[in-house]
Design a protein around this ligand. Structure first.
Ligand code: GDP
Ligand code: MN
Length: 395
């Protein structure tokens, strides 16, 4: 799960991570009021679940999702250009994201832009800190051009981020004297936030040194571990469903693991490993998967039907590949789910089913007697070739 920058700032305030004052606004008038309460120079920032806003462009031609200005009236005008319009950045894809809110903050005079992130490293199974003197640009491009400018520091999960480590990081960023003290405190507090709120990533880009010699987090991106959300009600309350793929929101209601992709062959599979293999074999057969969909090892008929409805509601889907291995689950349950959803919604696109495992004969019989138009695959490769061919023939 992700949150907006203004929500990240609320977490910063709670955990004592220094940032500039400001707050969220939903209308241009509200932006003007927030700006008047702040006074001084202002920064206006579009709130979407994607980065690269500074260099983005709105579909109405307005340039930049991050703007500096001097007066509340200017803040109002900039807000009017942003709110209700679609911002395209290198992270949103060409379709962009509609801006529903903005952040209005006190502008900061920047002396240096740094990069600081904490994430979970799967290789060492521990948190790792990534820091760089090259802030304000994508860390990927720093990694490609100047890998020596990136510090990676492993954190022992039992000991946590030790005070000496915060000073090592500060020193590597050239933060000395009073800035080192500010940095140690900021890093320690951010680490505490990362652990206590079950984050899988927090990225501060840029972390800035201001002209007055203060260290502030100026932007923040958070990812939270979905498996820990049950014990993070305050984080769940920050969820903004309008920022998420509606297909994924619907799938999460039924406990399905669903991720939308760019291709046109939908997959309905039980088990994450089989789902990955199915996507691979579709590509091997010359097609492109429209989604990752794992109904889980013990899916019910209702879940299978919901999965089918989500797939059928997607207009980019031109064919469906059902690949089920009945290990824990009964093939006939799957077959009944397919038939129920197909009757309800009606299928006009090619459907290829490969069933194997528990009670497979009953499952095949249910499908055969349903009157549904479908092809059966002998095995996973045969089924993949059949669905790719059927979609090509139909298209
Ligand atoms: P992003 O483009 O989505 O990552 O948005 P950021 O919040 O990181 O802003 C992009 C850039 O705008 C930063 O790297 C800064 O250079 C600049 N910026 C953001 N806030 C301020 C501010 O308060 N003052 C100044 N001078 N520049 C800012
Ligand atoms: Mn940024």
């Amino acid at each position: 799960m992700n949150i907006h920058e203004y929500q990240a700032r609320e977490l910063f305030a709670e955990f004592g991570v220094a940032t500039q004052p400001g707050s969220v606004a939903h209308t241009p008038d509200e932006a003007k009021i927030v700006a008047s309460n702040l006074g001084g120079n202002l920064v206006i920032k579009a709130q979407i679940h994607a980065g690269g806003r500074g260099k983005g462009t709105f579909k109405n031609g307005f340039k930049g999702g991050v703007h500096l200005c001097k007066t509340p009236s200017e803040a109002r005008e900039i807000a009017a250009q942003m709110i209700g319009n679609i911002l395209v950045t290198h992270q949103t894809g060409p379709e962009g994201k509609e801006v529903a809110k903005i952040f209005v903050g006190e502008a900061v005079e920047i002396q240096r832009e740094l990069y600081f992130a904490i994430l979970i490293d799967r290789v060492t199974s521990s948190p790792v800190v990534i820091a760089s003197t090259e802030g304000g640009v994508d860390i990927e491009s720093v990694a490609a051009k100047n890998p020596e400018k990136i510090l990676r520091l492993k954190v022992n999960p039992f000991l946590g981020l030790m005070p000496y480590q915060t000073r090592v990081i500060a020193a590597s960023l050239g933060l000395t004297g009073p800035l080192m003290n500010q940095a140690s405190k900021l890093f320690a507090n951010l680490y505490r936030l990362f652990i206590e709120r079950d984050c899988s990533m927090v990225e501060v880009n840029p972390l800035v040194v201001t002209k007055e010699g203060k260290l502030l987090a100026l932007d923040a991106k958070f990812n939270f571990d979905d498996n820990a959300l049950y014990r993070q009600p305050s984080i769940v309350a920050m969820r903004d469903i309008s920022e998420e793929d509606p297909r994924e929101v619907e799938a999460s209601k039924f406990g399905l693991n669903y991720i939308g992709l760019d291709g046109n062959i939908a997959c309905l599979v039980n088990g994450a490993g089989l789902a990955m293999a199915t996507m691979d074999i579709i590509q091997h057969a010359g097609g492109m998967p429209a989604n990752f969909l794992d109904v889980g090892g013990g899916a019910t008929r209702e879940q299978v039907a919901a999965a089918f409805r989500i797939i059928l509601a997607d207009k980019t889907v031109k064919g469906i590949f059902v690949n089920i291995f009945g290990g824990i689950m009964d093939c006939d349950v799957i077959a009944n789910g397919i038939v129920e959803a197909a009757r309800e919604t009606g299928i006009s696109i090619p459907l290829v089913v490969r069933l194997e495992g528990n009670n497979v004969e009953a499952g095949k019989k249910t499908l055969a007697e349903s009157g549904l138009k479908l092809e059966s695959g002998e095995n996973i490769l045969d089924a993949a070739h059949k669905i790719v061919a059927a979609v090509k023939a139909a298209g």
